[in-house]
Design a protein around this ligand. Structure first.
Ligand code: PBG
Length: 333
């Protein structure tokens, strides 16, 4: 940047802050509803929507509840959702075999949504955690998550999801080499337009707890996800992960959690030319919601938290606040 010699009173920063209209004119960023993605949880057994106690205001939807919710979301301008299934434990085993069933709950839901809402962009997570009894994202062999064996499952699972109508596949498992294996099998089967949104810089975070309640993937004591998710002490490593995934065929890369990793969002968006998405995760949502519910903060903290993510360089944000934000926007227009 050019060195200027700014001087008071020729420069007064407050001139451009004097009223809302002026502030709007000079604002560098704004949040568009079309940039927000709502994650949704759906149960394979519940006949009614159930509140998720550790995520105030979020629900584990029944199948029909989910369809209704999507209809509402579309009306208020949310064009894409990320779906997460909560399955009964009888469908889970050590290998997460149910993930490979081409007619499993999630595949059938995707097909039905695509039929009813052809314009909706559907994002499906690729990871075994809803399907394994351990809650791990991969296959556990001899006390550790086996990378290469898991890759075979992820590739097969991805094909099933793409065939069922997922527009975007989002591998969130952090196995090495998965983007390449998934991309190749998609190409071989003619799914060359399926978008890969890679959870490339996904940290082993304590902020995922409420999500695991929602999906029913809470791990029992044992191996931690730190053997595959990133160490919170590292930042340069995120560049390595991003580079690997782009080279293997990722179209979009994601940083997660979002609020505690804005340095990483900025680093990645400054260094790479692919879109960077951020995931404001369950714990970050709950942290804000609890304070809002207790009237410690008002709802304005939501916009502030999201704005910071866009300012950091996020192209779009996955957030449990998507619906709320779109509703406010809808009312003010
Ligand atoms: C699972 C997955 C997780 C999240 C998204 N996909 C949790 C985990 O890795 O255990 C977390 C999202 C959130 O906390 O909102 N592969």
């Amino acid at each position: 940047m050019k060195a200027l010699s700014r001087k008071f009173p020729y420069t007064r920063s407050r001139r451009l802050r004097s009223n809302q209209t002026i502030r709007n004119l000079v604002a560098e960023n704004q949040i568009q509803v079309s940039k927000l993605i709502q994650p949704l949880f759906v149960s394979d057994t519940n006949k009614k929507n159930v509140e998720i106690t550790t995520m105030p205001g979020q629900k584990l939807f029944s199948k029909s509840g989910l369809f209704k919710e999507i209809e509402t979301l579309q009306k208020i301008g949310i064009g894409s959702v990320a779906l997460f299934p909560n399955l009964t434990s009888i469908k889970k085993n050590n290998f997460g075999d149910e993930a490979l069933n081409p007619e499993n709950f999630l595949c059938s839901i995707l097909e039905q949504i695509k039929e009813r809402f052809p314009d909706l962009v559907l994002i499906a997570d690729v990871a075994l955690d809803p399907y394994t009894s351990s809650g791990h994202d991969g296959v556990v062999i001899n006390g550790s998550v086996d990378n290469d064996l898991t890759l075979n499952s992820l590739a097969e699972m991805s094909l099933n999801l793409a065939k069922s109508g997922a527009d975007i596949l989002a591998p969130s498992d952090m196995m090495d080499g998965r983007i390449g294996v998934i991309r190749e099998s998609l190409e071989q089967e003619g799914h060359c337009d399926t978008i890969l949104l890679s959870y490339a810089a996904k940290y082993a975070s304590n902020f995922y707890g409420p999500f695991r309640d929602a999906v029913g993937s809470k791990q029992k004591k044992g191996i931690s996800k730190s053997t595959y998710q990133m160490d919170i002490r590292n930042s340069k490593e995120s560049l390595k992960e991003i580079e690997l995934d782009i080279n293997e065929g990722a179209d979009i890369v994601m940083v997660k959690p979002a609020m505690v990793n804005q340095d990483i969002i900025k680093l990645v968006s400054d260094n790479y030319d692919v879109p960077v998405f951020a995931y404001q995760v369950s714990g970050e949502y709950t942290m804000l919601m609890n304070s809002i519910d207790k009237k410690i903060f008002d709802h304005n903290v939501i916009e502030e938290s999201l704005m910071a993510l866009f300012r950091s360089g996020s192209a779009s944000v996955l957030t449990y606040f998507a619906k709320w934000f779109a509703q406010q926007y809808d009312k003010s227009n």
